[in-house]
Write a protein that binds this ligand. Structure first.
Ligand SMILES: *[C@@H]1O[C@H](CO)[C@@H](O)[C@H](O)[C@H]1NC(C)=O
Length: 350
């Protein structure tokens, strides 16, 4: 290679490097069909800015970056990975006011910083999964009459909807509910304009496709009495998570995230720990538990972040295949059948 050729090659490379990396924007359909979220009329634990959790907690390990921000949170991993928790600096059992988050304003916006993250996984074959991650500073559990207290309270709460798009068309939508959820066809969902509606249950923020009360027994729990937990949803404040959200593309091959705007923090998405205190020990006088069954505990542990929500799922349902209901009524009928079966089983046991 001659010197002049080398020189032109070097200047060519320099030119390439100085050109800003082109980033494709978030696909418009991901925003056009983004769910709108009805909080319950009696909700007092609103969505909260994701960054606000760092103002009211401290990591359970020493030696992390200071100040801790969404731009460096992932650096904590080297100090203990998934065993790390972000612990409230207040006594959370006294319900400090920061747990209440920020109610949406009249336009549906939650102020104070993004309280939602929209994560796009493009399978590069016409299939795109969009995850609408919702953050709340606190989860107030349900209050089964048999216990007489709210069971399952925890600091920090991550919930989500996921929509599967095929060639830009919304096909099906997942509603996260506790450790599981439900899937519907897009056509089956209630809509405002073309946007599907999600109902966030009072306190627990489990997502439902319709306003109602929703019984959900705790899976795998066999008690000598019926232990029914009821979620309540209704048309309270309407939250439009897109109005204050971080937006990322997810790369499954190396489990990394890129911000569509090129500047939003990504380090927090790598954080493997939990977004609230671990479950209080029974030896702690603030803890309540019934019959020594840990799942009835009043104060449970905080959740892991969005990266732990099966972002590369093979089905619209998180882990396993599930029915994708083609109407809200189909789902109700199936639930009724299940309840009848359960009742029959209970009768057989008696
Ligand atoms: C698209 O790719 C995903 C991931 O490899 C695969 O599970 C899915 O079946 C593919 N869909 C189509 C329509 O080819």
């Amino acid at each position: 290679m001659t010197a002049s050729k080398l020189l032109s090659l070097v200047s060519f490379i320099a030119g390439v490097l100085s050109t800003p990396i082109k980033r494709d924007g978030i696909p418009s359909f991901v925003l056009d069909y983004a769910p709108l979220v009805y909080l319950d009329t009696a909700e007092t634990y609103n969505p909260g800015p994701i960054s606000s959790q760092l103002l009211h907690t401290a990591p359970s390990v020493q030696g992390g970056p200071s100040p801790l921000t969404l731009d460096n949170l992932g650096q904590l991993n080297s100090l203990g990975g998934s065993s790390i928790s972000l612990d409230s600096t207040d006594d959370f059992t006294t319900y400090p006011s920061w747990l209440n988050g920020v109610a949406p304003d009249s336009t549906g916006k939650v102020a104070g910083g993004p309280s939602s993250a929209i994560i796009v996984n493009d399978y590069q074959n016409g299939t795109v999964y969009a995850f609408y991650m919702y953050f709340y500073n606190f989860n107030l559990g349900d209050k089964p009459w048999i216990l007489g207290y709210y069971a399952g309270n925890h600091v920090g709460d991550w919930e989500h909807n996921a929509i599967k798009f095929t060639n830009g068309q919304p096909e099906s939508i997942w509603y996260s509910q506790h450790s599981s959820g439900e899937a519907f066809t897009y056509a089956a969902t209630q809509k405002i304009g073309q946007r599907p509606v999600s109902y966030s249950a009072k306190g627990t923020h489990a997502n439902y496709a319709q306003p109602d009360t929703h019984d959900h027994t705790i899976p795998g729990l066999n008690l000598p009495f019926t232990f029914v937990i009821t979620d309540t949803t209704s048309q309270g404040a309407l939250w439009d998570p897109t109005l204050n959200s971080y937006q990322y593309s997810y790369h499954a091959a190396d489990n990394t995230f890129t911000a569509f705007d090129g500047v939003s923090p990504t380090s927090w998405l790598d954080f493997q720990g939990t977004w609230g205190d671990p479950q209080l020990l029974t030896s702690d006088s603030r803890q309540r538990e019934t019959l020594g069954i840990s799942v009835t505990a009043e104060w449970t542990g905080g959740p892991t972040g969005p990266d732990d929500k099966q972002l590369n799922r093979p089905w619209i349902c998180a882990a396993t295949s599930c029915p994708v209901y083609t109407s809200l009524r189909a789902r109700d009928e199936e639930e009724k059948e299940e309840e009848e079966e359960e009742e029959e089983e209970e009768e057989e046991l008696v």
